[in-house]
Design a binder for this molecule. Structure first.
Ligand SMILES: Nc1ncnc2c1ncn2[C@@H]1O[C@H](COP(=O)(O)OP(=O)(O)O)[C@@H](O)[C@H]1O
Ligand SMILES: [Mg+2]
Length: 384
């Protein structure tokens, strides 16, 4: 073959190798599996090669032929294999091919990772920090924004500093609650009205969250929240409509149409989220054009204030009596099944599920490249 003939040979572009990480130690393990299955089914296989990576409920990372089946079959970690640093991923129990070996988790093997994980040890910056150390681009917020959004007490301080509208609240350390419960309750009653919401600062899925209508409820609610966290939040409760918006992008994010959730219970509790299957989603939310404009604006402001990246769902509470809008929280890894609010809102805004996944991978790679532009070593000779 002549040299010119060689040059004419069409080059097939290499597919982008994506790791989809799912499962994990949080109470939302099963939601994560459903989201990851949706993503793996919809992803454009002409463009992406998919490497599924599962994390068992004990925290063991597995990869191989079919880690999804392994997790669904309830594979558990055994002995000293539990919670190891997953630099080399062991093949799943379902792998009976007899082949040995493992999958390396690094930037030579994977071009980008989608951590489809919720709650602590998934959405809180820990996995993001680990992926930073490996040098692999990943979908969604980085360490700092993930950690801030996971801690409701810190997130509120950041929102307050930027004049974003949040409901009045108090934060107490568990140590103070244990020693001086009467003073804690007195401070709440002096500054807030019933009903109040009691919450652990770091959790999600409404776990440990209760509505207190009276002093007795407040004692019970704080006692329960203290089971889950060393920081406790008491917040002014309102009769609220739940308005949510999807945000997409890095430095120049865009907001979807807003949606509304009609919970099956008196508030959007754990049972209403995961047990009842009866909460309704209204897309777009039946609110005025002015209100839509305001929540979209606030959603993008909140997102940029905490320096989110890739995606986040921004949740609001709208006072049923006054229509006033309050920022509730930012979820940096929202539910991502094809019928979840985050992708549904984008679908209603003109970005389908498969295209959304594609955009998220591109945003992850762009952000990684942008970070790579920063000079890291400090040149002492240039010090002034
Ligand atoms: N201040 C409040 N007033 C009225 N409802 C609230 C308030 N805070 C929380 N809720 C209700 O509790 C649910 C869960 O609270 P949230 O702070 O969103 O915690 P999580 O991170 O677990 O979703 C909300 O979706 C809403 O239904
Ligand atoms: Mg919430």
């Amino acid at each position: 073959m002549t040299e010119s003939a060689t040059n004419r040979t069409p080059q097939v572009p290499r597919k982008i190798r994506v790791g989809i990480v799912f499962g994990g130690r949080s109470g939302e393990h099963e939601v994560s599996l459903t989201s990851a299955q949706g993503i793996m089914k919809a992803i454009d296989r002409n463009k992406y090669d998919v490497v599924p990576i599962g994390i068992t409920k004990e925290g063991r990372w597995i990869a191989g032929n079919d880690p999804m089946s392994s997790l669904k079959a309830g594979e558990t970690a055994s002995g000293n294999q539990a919670i190891q640093v997953p630099l080399e991923l062991h093949r799943g129990a379902q792998d009976d091919s007899g082949e040995g070996g493992s999958v390396r988790l690094d930037s030579k093997t994977l071009d980008v990772i989608f951590p489809v994980l919720h709650g602590p040890h998934g959405e809180d910056g820990t996995v993001q920090g680990f992926l930073d150390l490996l040098g692999v681009p990943y979908v969604g917020a980085g360490v700092m924004a993930s950690a801030v959004c996971m801690d409701k007490a810190i997130a509120k301080q950041v929102f307050l500093a930027h004049d974003l509208p949040i409901l009045p609240y108090r934060v107490f350390l568990r140590r103070v609650w244990d020693k001086q419960p009467q003073q804690v309750v007195a401070e709440c009653e002096a500054t807030l009205d019933y009903p109040m919401f009691t919450k652990p600062a770091n959790l999600g899925s409404s776990v440990g969250i209760n509505k207190a209508h009276c002093r007795e409820d407040l004692f019970a609610g704080l006692t329960e929240a203290a089971l889950y966290d060393r920081k406790l939040i008491v917040e002014q409760g309102i009769e609220a409509r739940e308005i949510e918006i999807s945000v997409l992008g890095n430095d120049d994010p865009i907001a979807s149409v807003p949606g509304e959730i009609i919970p099956s219970r008196s508030f959007y509790s754990y049972a209403a989220k995961y047990l009842d299957d009866a909460s309704d989603l209204l897309i777009p939310a039946p609110i005025s054009a002015d209100q839509t404009g305001r929540v979209k604006h606030l959603a993008v402001q909140a997102y940029t204030t905490v320096d989110c990246a890739g995606m986040a769902r921004v949740d609001f509470l709208m006072d049923k009596a006054t229509d006033e809008i309050w920022l509730n929280e930012i979820n940096t890894i929202p539910g991502f099944t094809p019928i979840s609010m985050y992708p549904k809102l984008w679908e209603a805004s003109g970005i389908g599920y498969t295209e959304l996944i594609d955009r998220l991978f591109q945003l992850a790679i762009e952000r990684h490249e942008d970070e790579g532009r920063s000079v890291t070593p400090f040149d002492v000779s240039k010090a002034t």
